[in-house]
Design a protein around this ligand. Structure first.
Ligand SMILES: Cc1cc2nc3c(=O)[nH]c(=O)nc-3n(C[C@H](O)[C@H](O)[C@H](O)COP(=O)(O)OP(=O)(O)OC[C@H]3O[C@@H](n4cnc5c(N)ncnc54)[C@H](O)[C@@H]3O)c2cc1C
Length: 379
């Protein structure tokens, strides 16, 4: 992507152009749209992503509640859950009850397409919010260090006051912003599969670890389907999932003690890689170009809170942009004071995820890393 210097035009077509109709981009579009701003969201996929995160913890639920979206999400099949059972080497470790450890008292599970689809559907009620799927930005122009124009792949030229990159790991504008990533490395890999719902999964979310570095998580994703994540030490990925030299079901049975009905349904060939990309980066903005969500931070999936923090970030950003659009402050200092500071919140989450992910082979270390308030997402 090139940044071609051009002369700025006086007219503005959009208050904000957003790259990516994921959880971050869609929520920002909704918030700005409800302020009456003209927003364009572009996303190269043909529609709302079908695969992605599914567990929504209290901080994220609150953002959806504030926007009046929970009834719609419930009508799209979101499941209200309360407890996750943890086991180590086949023995119960503890039960984490959201009713006990969070003010909200529960978490939600829904397919990513339903969570984001709920937000995108709400955007459709706003005539000045335009979400274009199957579309990407191919160029942008800078004048006086501000991005002023974007060119889309169909040749359309747009003018915008602000450009937000919330395109996930694709991250087209990270380089332009000069944002650098610190990536974390792990000794394990994750694979994910979908199976029909079973009694054990309907009853409880269950997480199992063992002292040889294996990991398994079973949870429902709809009334009919359940998700299974299996983590293995990196060197075992091929023998287990590709060469089948290690019996997956047999190995899981040594430490997965309350999910026999689910183990019986597993098929080693049906596990897809789930990326464990964990990083923080900086800076989060440059002049009128702003990075949001997985473009700038990604915690270990073990935290189950990347979406929730991204939803909060979108609300912070929408407040900042409202002030800047109304002339109640200059964008750059507002971003520096109120948005860039989110990095320390993200760093805390990433550090917490690391502490969990690096200790799950060790019962005592995991117990010491686990933080009841942080885990529920209220702390
Ligand atoms: C295995 C795994 C499990 C996870 N589970 C959870 C969980 O249970 N709960 C939780 O809260 N978080 C979870 N996360 C984290 C969560 O997925 C992210 O925090 C969240 O998706 C970030 O949202 P986003 O909008 O920034 O990016 P995404 O959700 O990745 O959305 C990015 C959007 O940008 C679009 N796009 C891509 N390229 C371009 C481009 N060039 N131009 C325009 N658009 C583009 C994509 O099509 C997509 O629609 C998990 C992460 C992983 C890896």
């Amino acid at each position: 992507m090139n940044a071609t210097p051009r002369v700025a035009q006086a007219t503005v077509d959009f208050d904000c152009v957003i790259l990516g109709a994921g959880i971050g981009g869609a929520m920002l579009a909704l918030l700005l749209g409800r302020q009456g701003r003209r927003v364009l969201v572009i996303d190269p996929k043909p529609g709302v992503a079908t695969r992605g995160a599914e567990i929504l913890k209290p901080r994220g639920i609150r953002v959806l509640a504030e926007q009046g979206l929970l009834d719609t999400l419930a009508s799209r099949g979101a499941l209200k859950r309360h407890v996750i059972d943890y086991h180590h080497d086949g023995k119960p470790l503890f039960s984490y009850d959201f009713a006990e450890h969070t003010q909200l008292g529960h978490f939600l599970i829904a397919p990513y397409s339903e969570i984001v689809g709920t937000i995108v559907a709400a955007c459709a009620d706003l005539s000045h919010v335009d979400i274009r799927f199957g579309c990407r930005m191919v160029d942008f122009a800078v004048a006086d260090s501000l991005v002023t124009r974007c060119t889309l792949d169909d040749g359309t030229e747009l003018r915008t006051r602000v450009l937000v990159d919330s395109s996930g790991s694709g991250a087209g504008l990270r380089e332009f912003v000069g944002s650098e990533r610190d990536d974390n490395r792990y000794h394990h890999v994750l694979r994910m599969s979908t199976i029909p719902m079973t009694d054990s999964i309907a009853a409880r979310n269950r997480l199992y670890f063992d002292s040889r570095g294996w990991f398994a998580y079973f949870y429902p994703v709809s009334a009919e389907l359940a998700r299974v994540f299996v983590g293995v030490p990196q060197e075992l990925e091929r023998p287990v999932f590709d060469e089948h030299g290690i019996d997956l079901k047999g190995r899981l049975s040594t430490f997965v003690t309350r999910s026999d009905d689910a183990i019986a349904l597993l098929d080693g060939d049906r596990f897809m890689p789930a990326p464990v990309t964990v990083f923080t980066s900086k800076p989060y903005h440059r002049d009128n170009v702003i990075l949001l969500g997985s473009v700038v931070f990604s915690p270990h999936p073990m935290t189950g809170q990347g979406m929730s923090y991204t939803l909060e970030d979108a609300t912070v950003l929408a407040r900042i942009l409202a002030r800047a659009y109304d002339g109640r402050g200059n964008l750059e200092p507002l971003l520096q004071q109120q948005y860039q500071v989110r990095r320390s919140v993200h760093n805390d989450l990433v550090e917490y995820g690391d502490a969990l992910a690096r200790s799950y082979h060790d019962r005592a270390a995991y117990l010491s890393a686990f933080h009841t308030s942080r885990h529920g997402g209220d702390g």
